[in-house]
Write a protein that binds this ligand. Structure first.
Ligand code: CA
Length: 523
């Protein structure tokens, strides 16, 4: 045998051996020769703290030699309070992270600019190839979380998947009444009227609730039919962009028309009388009692009502349908997953190991770290099947919520990581997946407003005017929907009040910041 062939066969043998261990095992050199301990303050979802005891974190420590040690206290039941107390104490651990009501993005940036957190741009460029590759391929996300000085001050939790909510309708009711899925505002009106009047649940009573919702954001979702936006992002009441300009959807002419129409529908009993107040259990109640006809809500969780109710409600078929066309003939979906969350982690200025820390952050954006942050630990929560992580059957079928099981091992927690939608697809039912596929094919999702980082002067103007403006607009929205004031009669006074309350000033600083932040990325 020639030396060449010998070396080939040796390589083949090595390759065969290598295949018996996970392919990434050789790719993850330890970040530190000696075990390195880093302190972390990480309070999240108002009731959890980061812990080195998570199997996912133990595996990460084994692979990287970075051992994090949590210093956040579980004594507080507010992640916001925990973060604020930490900052006020001035005694920062090596890493600060988590989530909080209102989001932590503005805090990371604000305290970063004030010197509490390390700017990350150079560290990423020099020491974090996975983070660099991620941000290079997602310039809008990078722009959206950069400070007004162009620096990144935290590594975010990045969701995956585009679709969050869609339209659902009782297809079996449509079939029973000989109706097609509504395609225009007029047809939606006719369908809701038929649901109201023609006893599709067949109990002889006029008890159907044609349109209903769980969240306030979906209570007014029908305004989409008049080309009005509910929000520019998944966050209720957010700004939106119109041809590159930031405005607020609730100050637009189409909004007046939309609100005026749905107020009329509400008055006619086509919209749940309790739509504002019924709250989070409206699906259980209105679907479970065979009363609700149409709604707009999350694909995955809403589709599961078919599994739950088909055994008891004959013919029950509550399925996603495409957004109906608008009065102008457009067709769009207004809700989408946030592309980046105001959660994640940052490096404190007192951290003596910023390079090791950014490498540790980078690990979670590596192929292996991404699998672990999404799926947990191989052999425990998932197995590799044909080179891809597949949840263990037991985890999917034991009746416990999949999310909760993953949180318990340290996966799907809001560290700086990149979600992989595949993790969720594996426990999303076929009805939801079919609906999502329809929306995918429709390609009618609105662009998301990704937010802006205001500088100190802009923020002062925003803080002076915006909270009371948003409160006023929200109050008026409900006042109009519930019929306490006529929309058309009140609109001019509403617009005047917005002007008096500083609407134009807020829009001006939003657009200044928007141009600064996205000018380059948008090109
Ligand atoms: Ca009935």
């Amino acid at each position: 045998m020639s030396a060449f062939l010998k070396s080939v066969s040796k390589l083949t043998l090595l390759a065969a051996l290598a295949m018996t261990v996970p392919s990434w095992a050789q790719e993850a050199p330890k970040i530190s020769e000696e075990p390195l301990e880093l302190t972390i303050h990480f309070h999240f979802r108002d009731k959890y703290v980061y812990t080195q005891d998570w199997p996912v974190e133990q595996k990460a420590a084994e692979l990287t030699n970075i051992h994090v040690r949590n210093v956040a206290s579980l004594a507080t039941t507010s992640s916001r309070d925990a973060f604020n107390l930490l900052i006020a104490s001035g005694n920062l651990p090596d890493i600060v992270g988590g989530d909080a009501s209102g989001g932590l993005k503005d805090d990371f940036i604000r305290y970063g600019l004030e010197g509490a957190f390390v700017p990350l741009n150079d560290l990423i460029e020099e020491h974090a190839p996975n983070l660099k590759a991620f941000f290079d391929s997602h310039p809008a996300i990078r722009a959206s979380i950069s400070g007004p000085d162009g620096n990144l001050y935290y590594i975010p939790y990045v969701p995956d998947g585009k679709f969050s909510r869609g339209w659902f309708i009782r297809q079996d009711w449509l079939d029973k009444l000989g109706l097609d899925q509504p395609e225009t505002p007029e047809e939606v009106y006719e369908v809701l009227k038929a649901f109201r009047d023609q006893d599709p649940n067949g109990n002889g009573q006029k008890d159907e609730v044609p349109y209903f919702a769980r969240d306030v954001v979906d209570a007014v979702r029908l305004i989409n039919l008049w080309d009005a936006r509910v929000s520019g992002s998944e966050r209720y009441g957010d700004f939106a962009t119109y041809d590159g300009e930031v405005r607020h959807p609730w100050a637009e002419e189409n909004y007046k028309i939309g609100m005026s129409n749905i107020a009329q529908w509400y008055k006619e009993g086509l919209i749940d009388k309790e739509i504002i107040t019924r709250g989070s259990r409206s699906r259980e109640f209105l679907l479970g009692n065979n009363l609700g006809g149409m709604m707009h809500d999350w694909f995955a969780s809403t589709a599961t009502y078919n599994d739950a109710l088909r055994p008891t409600i004959e013919g029950f078929n509550f399925i996603p349908m495409l957004p109906p066309k608008t009065v102008s003939g457009d067709r769009f979906e207004d809700a989408r997953r946030q592309q980046v969350q105001p959660a994640g982690w940052a490096i404190s200025v007192t951290n003596e190991h910023p390079i090791e820390t950014i490498k540790y952050f980078d690990f979670w954006f590596s192929e292996q770290g991404r699998i672990m942050s999404n799926f947990g630990v191989e052999g425990l929560t998932y197995d590799m099947v044909d080179g891809k992580p597949q949840f263990k059957q037991e985890l999917l079928t034991n009746g416990e919520p999949v999310n909760a099981q993953l949180w318990a091992v340290g996966a799907q927690v809001p560290r700086g990581y990149w979600m992989d939608y595949e993790y969720e697809r594996q426990w999303t039912n076929q009805i939801a997946l079919d609906g999502i596929a329809k929306y995918e094919a429709c390609d009618c999702l609105k662009e998301e407003f990704l937010g802006v980082a205001l500088n100190a002067e802009e923020k002062a103007i925003y803080d002076r005017y915006w909270p009371s403006l948003l409160t006023y607009m929200t109050e008026m929205q409900q006042t109009w929907l519930l019929g306490a004031q006529d929309v058309d009669a009140g609109w001019d006074a509403y617009k005047q009040r917005l002007a008096e309350m500083g609407y134009d000033q807020v829009i001006e600083v939003m657009n200044t910041a928007y141009a600064r932040q996205y000018g380059a990325a948008a090109q």
